[in-house]
Every structure is written in structure tokens, then in C-alpha cells.
Design a protein around this ligand. Structure first.
Ligand SMILES: *[C@@H]1O[C@H](CO)[C@@H](O)[C@H](O)[C@H]1NC(C)=O
Ligand SMILES: *[C@@H]1O[C@H](CO)[C@@H](O)[C@H](O)[C@H]1NC(C)=O
Ligand SMILES: [Ca+2]
Length: 440
């Protein structure tokens, strides 16, 4: 293809009709797939549940083997990712108000300076579908966050209803998809967005973020007749009917921290936990299998997106990333299932990236974090990184590149040095046990 482009440009030059815009390389496209609560340490993101994702992203691209979130819970993590900024600097530190929630997001104007806005100013089409933040609801959906050409997001209280999700398109009246499977609805929307971006006669590049709510627990809410909140309930995640019987032999790994027998020297809240019973473990293993089965539909979605990219001829000009908003723990350190702790299970997440110039099957071992994703997108799009709010640095791609990354692509910043050997993680709020034994 490169040869063809060169020949075409030569012909244009000979004809003397080379225009200025033709001499500027087209900026790359991006697809960022952000799943919900997928761990890296407990085998939920492995070959078993996601064979296509591994084949299409790991084998064709780069795996980041030490990638961590900065805040191990969804909403702060999602906002940090899109602003390239740590939670104590966004000051968006929780799921709901007063320290998080959509009202606080709006009050802090967090969508004035963030990745979609920067990309949009540079001529990108910016597309979003799936879960944005938990507190984007059937009441506050309008106005939607700014910066998106199309914003089609799940709305609370239907975000974790796997079989009847509801979405608001560009701040419009929420629409429910009764009996349809959430991940499949997100996949269909993402594919439609991809096709329409590809068909764009203006040739604008695009940034597409796809955020299925899997494999998060299912949640149901009770309200009074007048709409006041009464209570919320956690239930196990719900796989698509076609995957219900799969992976019945899958088991949780048993690391040394499994049902930790040595809790002395651990934090007081952890010492206060009883050891898990055999019944607890049986239950948690079943949750694990349900999580894996939920990832089967995500795997199909990834495969459909990549094969659509291939057939649209966009694989050579599109970077595709796969990661999760936080990790997850089950039955380690005596905990049941959940996230938000400072344990590695909750902080470490899968991170794969494929695209033009990235060596197939390569690995980056340097410590990287979600705050590095926005700077990476900016650098690959050849946009300035001078924004003061960026706490992250572009991902270290030089060693895994075939030399065709933009010349301006530099890992790190002069004031921070190239190599990071630490990670930063912070969390404010309450630790919640998500198992069915803890209805409250
Ligand atoms: C951060 O938000 C909290 C409320 O969640 C507020 O009390 C505090 O003043 C804010 N901090 C800054 C620096 O704005
Ligand atoms: C373990 O089972 C006991 C008894 O049913 C229950 O009280 C406890 O909450 C369970 N622990 C977890 C982590 O699920
Ligand atoms: Ca999450």
C-alpha cells in the first residue's frame, strides 16, 4: 500500500497538482475498547474467554505486561483516562456525589479540556458508545458531556441490566432495548459508528470509544412510587444466553493469597474478615465462570470490530486498544468479590494495543498507567502535548515500533525522564463486598 501511495503522489507531483493538504499525512484513527471490572491476575482476561481478542490484538500488536489503573473504580478511572490526569487533580474521586457523579462532573467542567475535545478541535470525529459513568441517568442525560460527535451512552438505572439496557443518544430521550443483550447492543452501535465514520466523504479521522458494561456484576435498584431511591442490590453478572453453558470447568487460580491464612500485619479491616468457607468459595467460583461467560460476548464484539476494520481497509491507519477501567479480586486476602483496594488484583489490568507500526506479538514491560493513554493518542495523532493537565506520558512504543511512528512521537517528557519505575494509585471511599451474601 505504501508503494502505491508513493506512486500516486509521484504522479500527482508530475502533473503539478499536488495540494498542500495531500502532503500532510492523514492522522490515524483510534478505537479504545474499555471493559468494566476485568482483572488481569485472576485469569479472566486470558485465552479461555477471549481467544479472538488474544489472536487479534496480542498476537498482532503489543501487550503491556505491567499496566495499572490509577484509581481502582470505574467513574474516577474513566474520567482520568480521558483527561490524562490523576484523581486528586481531576478532583473527581468517587462514583456518586458529593465527590463524584454527573452533577460534580458538570460543575467541575471536566469535559471542557479532555481527549475528545482536543481531538475534535483537530478535525476528528469522536464517537462514544456504552457505559460512561454510573451516575449518567434517566434524569440528567441532557446535556451529554461535550466533545463527542456522537454520544450514545447507557443510562442509570439500566446500565447493569444485561438484558434490558437503556441508552441516551446525544442527550435525547432514553431508549430501552427490552430483552436485548447489553454487550450485543453496544457491539451493534459500535459497528454502525465505525461504518459511518469510514463512509465519511470528508475523510475525517475518528476516535471511537466502546465501553460494554461486562463483566461487572448485575445491579437492580428499588425506588418508591414517587421515584425516590430505596435500595440497590448486587447480583452475579449475566452472560448472553448463547454462552450460558460454556466454560463450566473453569476455576479461579489459587495464589498464595487465596483465602489468606496469615493476616497479622495486614490492615485492620482485613484482619477483621473471617476466612472464607467452602460454600463461599463454591459461590465465588461460579461468579468467576459467569464473568468469563460475559467476556465471550465481548470477545465476539472485538472480533467483529477488527474484521470490519480489515474489510473497510482501515487496519493500516487505525490503532486499537483494549483495557479495563479497574481490576478485580475474588477470594484473595479473604475478600469475596470486588475492587477498590490497593491490592494488585484491583490495580493491574489487561492492556493490548495493535496498529500501524507496532510490532506483532511484542511486549512492553515498563510500568504504564491509564493516564498515559490520552498523551499516547495525542502523540500518535501528532498533536501537542504541552497541556499542563496531563499527568501521564506517551506509552513507550519505540522499542516495539517498526520505525514508522510519527517523528514527533517521543516517550516521556523532558522534565519527567523516559522511564517510570513506580505506579501511582489512589482511592477515596468505601470498600464494598459485591457478593450475593452482602445484600444491604
Ligand atoms: C474537591 O471536591 C471536594 C468535594 O468533593 C471539595 O470539598 C474540595 O474543595 C475540592 N477540592 C478542590 C481543590 O477544589
Ligand atoms: C461467606 O458465607 C457466610 C455465610 O453464608 C456469609 O455470611 C459471608 O458473607 C460470606 N462471605 C463472602 C465473602 O461472601
Ligand atoms: Ca468498573
Amino acid at each position: 500500500l505504501k508503494g502505491k501511495v508513493k506512486r500516486f503522489l509521484n504522479v500527482m507531483l508530475c502533473l503539478g497538482i499536488m495540494t498542500v493538504s495531500a502532503s500532510v499525512a492523514r492522522r490515524p484513527n483510534f478505537i479504545v475498547i474499555l471493559v468494566d471490572d476485568l482483572d488481569e491476575t485472576q485469569d479472566s482476561s486470558g485465552e479461555l474467554a477471549m481467544p479472538a481478542t488474544k489472536r487479534l490484538l496480542r498476537d498482532r500488536g503489543v501487550t503491556f505486561t505491567n499496566h495499572f489503573v490509577t484509581t481502582p473504580i470505574c467513574c474516577p478511572s474513566r474520567v482520568s483516562l480521558l483527561r490524562g490526569q490523576l484523581g486528586h487533580n481531576t478532583n473527581f474521586t468517587d462514583v456518586l456525589g458529593p465527590h463524584g457523579g454527573y452533577a460534580k462532573f458538570r460543575a467541575l467542567d471536566l469535559d471542557r479540556e479532555w481527549l475528545p475535545t482536543w481531538l475534535q478541535k483537530a478535525g476528528y470525529k469522536t464517537l462514544y458508545t456504552g457505559k460512561f459513568i454510573v451516575d449518567y441517568t434517566i434524569r440528567n442525560y441532557d446535556p451529554p458531556p461535550s466533545g463527542w460527535t456522537v454520544f450514545d451512552a447507557l443510562v442509570h438505572p439500566f446500565i447493569f441490566e444485561y438484558y434490558s439496557p437503556a441508552f441516551s443518544l446525544n442527550g435525547g430521550q432514553p431508549r430501552m432495548y427490552p430483552a436485548q443483550y447489553a454487550t450485543d447492543v453496544v457491539a451493534a452501535k459500535a459497528l454502525a459508528m465505525l461504518r459511518s465514520a469510514a463512509a465519511n466523504p470528508g475523510g475525517q479521522p475518528f476516535y471511537l470509544q466502546v465501553a460494554p458494561p461486562a463483566p461487572h456484576h448485575s445491579m437492580h435498584y428499588d425506588f418508591t412510587a414517587s421515584g425516590a431511591f430505596v435500595s440497590r442490590h448486587w447480583y452475579p453478572p449475566v452472560p448472553a444466553a448463547r454462552h450460558w453453558e460454556e466454560l463450566s470447568g473453569a476455576a479461579l487460580p489459587r495464589p498464595p493469597s487465596f483465602n489468606d491464612p496469615w493476616v497479622s500485619g495486614k490492615p485492620a479491616w482485613l484482619r477483621a474478615l473471617d476466612p472464607l468457607t467452602a460454600a463461599n468459595v463454591t459461590f465465588l467460583e461460579e461468579i468467576h465462570r459467569l464473568r468469563l461467560r460475559c467476556m465471550r460476548a465481548v470477545d465476539e464484539m472485538v472480533e467483529a470490530l477488527v474484521s470490519e476494520l480489515d474489510s473497510l481497509g482501515l487496519s493500516d491507519s487505525t490503532f486499537i486498544l483494549f483495557t479495563s477501567d479497574n481490576g478485580y479480586h475474588e477470594e484473595v486476602h479473604r475478600m469475596g468479590s470486588g475492587k477498590t483496594t490497593a491490592f494488585e488484583e484491583d490495580l493491574r489490568v489487561p492492556m493490548m494495543m495493535a496498529g500501524p507500526g507496532l510490532a506483532a506479538g511484542s511486549k512492553v514491560v515498563t510500568t504504564t498507567q491509564h493516564i498515559d493513554i490520552a498523551p499516547t493518542v495525542l502523540a500518535l495523532a501528532d498533536l501537542p502535548l504541552s497541556l499542563r493537565q496531563l499527568d501521564g506520558v506517551p506509552l513507550p512504543l519505540a522499542a516495539v515500533s517498526d520505525g514508522t511512528l510519527p517523528p514527533s512521537y517521543v516517550y516521556g517528557r523532558p522534565d519527567q525522564g523516559p522511564l517510570r519505575n513506580h505506579l501511582m494509585a489512589e482511592f477515596w471511599g468505601e470498600w464494598v463486598e459485591e457478593s450475593i451474601h452482602s445484600h444491604q
